[in-house]
Ligand binder design. Structure first.
Ligand code: GLU
Length: 442
């Protein structure tokens, strides 16, 4: 069997971290099995779908490195939906219903008031042709429902295990509005069947949709895909928070998060595998397996993401980041500075420390020591580990050691108390600037 997955966002807004995770898992699963990963734009809702959101979705996937093998668009397939809808209608699996939203709401309230589940009573199925014709002559346009049949609905979910639904406890779902526009359920099934989707990977908020959709596959004579419904993400507060819903690629990029960090975290979150700072997606792909996913909500923690991000930045090669670094910054400089970064953007800051100017105000009691340091720095061989030479000369000459030896030097040379390894930094600062900084301090 060829594995084909699809990520099917509705372009009514920007992708949030939960969507990004769904996209990633679809991609990982397809890659794991040498399959294909489709991007399907669910833009049946013409009013709420916007071109700019589609562009943003493509850009977000590109940033994450999740290149779709093909892109499909529901708005280009309305004729096909009409065709299959006509078949279902002829077979009596979709039927017109004429209730207004208010009438349906009233029915719901009455049932709930009696302590009964608010299941649609199928009153529309009882209408005769004449009654339907009369309603339509009066200008009432029907919406359309899919008629569920009575056989029990079962599937073995790749994450949730065996699932069973009783159609008697479900309402016939509305699949088409009175204005002819499509709701999500049926077009999705028609697409999944036509596009040979082998695995539908999505959030557990779709579980009850799957129950209806399985009957639609059967009614269309199509083999249903396998389903994996993943537990939703929660924020630190323990709930699917507003904040989580607002976190998208723009936010991550602005805060210096690398796509690899997002992949590393979202690829493993909710699984029994540890989150590891993979710079390359290969190990994530190899280990991706729905059997490793738990059913408990997975907690997305921005602090964990930042920590993974730092570990990834520490591994990034110069070539991979060069176009985001200051022009004159070299590979040696990147390697010296990298271990101190939590984001690539901070390299600019450290590079400005290297290039200067810097500000440092030495303590009174260090002035004589720094004058000696300036003299020593003029003598050493700058082509071979100048920091080791400088500090050992000063250790011998002044008797200082440890913090008393290193800190005044670091402060005078960088203007800061902490930072990258001085042995790596000093050659970048170079003789001229070092002499100037040490001299200026005296
Ligand atoms: N457009 C649907 C959504 O964004 C797709 C769900 C699915 O994957 O089938 O929720």
């Amino acid at each position: 069997m060829t594995v084909i997955t699809r990520f099917a966002p509705s372009p009514t807004g920007t992708l949030h971290v939960g969507n990004l995770r769904t996209a990633l898992h679809n991609w990982l699963f397809a890659k794991r099995h040498g399959g294909r990963f489709l991007l399907r734009i669910d833009d049946t809702d013409a009013e709420r779908s916007e071109e700019r959101h589609i562009d943003a979705i493509r850009a977000d996937l590109a940033w994450m490195g999740l290149a779709p093998d093909a892109e499909e668009r529901q708005s280009a397939r309305f004729d096909r939906y009409q065709e299959r809808f006509a078949e279902l209608r002829a077979a009596g699996r979709v039927y017109p219903a004429y209730e207004t939203a208010q009438e349906l709401e009233l029915k719901r309230k009455i049932l709930l008031g009696r302590g009964l589940p608010p299941i649609y009573d199928r009153a529309a199925l009882g209408l005769s042709d004449t009654e339907c014709a009369r309603l339509e002559a009066d200008g009432v346009k029907p919406h359309w429902r899919f008629r569920l049949d009575t056989s029990a609905i079962e599937w073995d979910d790749l994450v949730r295990g065996p699932q069973r639904f009783d159609p008697a406890a479900m309402s016939d779902p509305v699949v088409r509005r009175a204005d002819g526009s499509w709701l999500y359920l049926l077009p999705s099934v028609i697409d999944d069947a036509d596009m040979g989707i082998s695995h539908v990977v999505r959030g557990e908020d779709h579980v009850s949709n799957t129950a209806s959709q399985l009957q639609m596959f059967a009614a269309l004579g199509a083999q249903p895909p396998r389903f994996a419904h993943e537990a939703l993400l929660t924020g630190n507060e323990g709930k699917l928070s507003k904040r989580l819903g607002s976190l998208g690629v723009d936010h991550f990029r602005e805060t210096g998060i690398e796509p690899q960090a997002l992949l590393a975290l979202l690829g493993r979150l909710g699984t029994s595998d540890p989150v590891e700072p993979f710079v390359d997606a290969a190990p994530l792909i190899e280990s991706f397996d729905f059997a490793r996913f738990g059913r408990a909500p997975a907690r997305f923690d921005e602090a964990e993401l930042a920590a993974i991000n730092a570990k990834i930045v520490h591994q990034l090669r110069f070539d991979a980041v060069r176009d985001r670094l200051p022009d004159r910054m070299t590979a040696a400089a990147w390697e010296a500075i990298r271990p101190n970064l939590t984001s690539v953007g901070e390299a600019r800051d450290w590079w400005s420390v290297v290039e200067g100017p810097i500000e440092s105000l030495p303590a009174e009691e260090d002035r004589a020591f720094l004058a000696e340091a300036a003299a020593a720095a003029a003598m050493i061989d700058w082509s071979a580990d100048p920091w080791a030479q400088l500090t050992s000369a000063l250790k011998e000459g002044t008797g200082r050691k440890g913090r008393a030896l290193f800190l005044p030097l670091r402060l005078a040379l960088t203007g800061r108390e902490h930072g990258p390894d001085m042995a790596a930094l000093l050659p970048l600062i170079g003789k001229e600037r070092a002499l100037e900084r040490l001299g200026a301090s005296t």
